[in-house]
Design a protein. Structure first.
Length: 134
C-alpha cells in the first residue's frame, strides 16, 4: 500500500485596500512565505541544489561544486534535502556500493524560483557586500 502526498494547496492573496498589492498580513500567506524563505535560505541548501542541477551526482562531486562546506555538513544538508523531497538518493549496487544524489522535480523547481534572487544579488552585489561590512 502506497500513500500519496496531499495535493499542494493554491493560495490566493487578498489585495491591500486601494493598492492592488498582495496582503502579506494574511496569516497563512505570511507563514507560507516565511517558511519558504527559511527553507530556501538554509545555509548551503541553494548551492547544493545548484550543484545537482549542474550535474553533480556523487558526494565528492557535490563537495567539489560546493566549496567550503565540510563533509559532515554536506552529509547533513543532503539528508535534510532528501527528507524534504528536494533531493533523491539512489543506492547503486556495485562493488563498492555507490550512492548518487539528484534533485527531484520539486528541487529543480525550487532552484528555478531562486535563480532570479541570485540575479538580483549579482546586480546589487556591491550594496550587499558594503552592508555586510558595517
Amino acid at each position: 500500500m502506497t500513500s500519496e502526498a496531499p495535493a499542494p494547496r493554491s493560495l490566493t492573496l487578498a489585495p491591500l485596500p486601494d493598492s492592488g498589492a498582495p496582503n502579506m498580513a494574511d496569516d497563512e500567506a505570511c507563514t507560507v512565505f516565511q517558511r519558504t524563505l527559511e527553507l530556501a535560505g538554509r545555509r548551503w541548501s541553494g548551492a547544493i541544489l545548484y550543484a545537482g542541477v549542474a550535474g553533480a551526482r556523487r558526494f565528492v562531486e557535490y563537495r567539489r561544486y560546493v566549496r567550503g562546506i565540510s563533509d559532515r555538513l554536506l552529509t547533513q544538508r543532503l539528508r535534510e534535502l532528501e527528507r524534504q523531497g528536494f533531493i533523491a538518493r539512489e543506492v547503486v549496487p556495485t562493488m563498492p556500493v555507490q550512492i548518487r544524489y539528484a534533485p527531484t522535480p520539486a528541487g529543480a523547481e525550487l532552484l528555478e524560483a531562486l535563480l532570479p534572487l541570485g540575479e538580483w544579488g549579482r546586480k546589487h552585489y556591491d550594496v550587499v557586500e558594503a552592508s555586510s561590512e558595517v
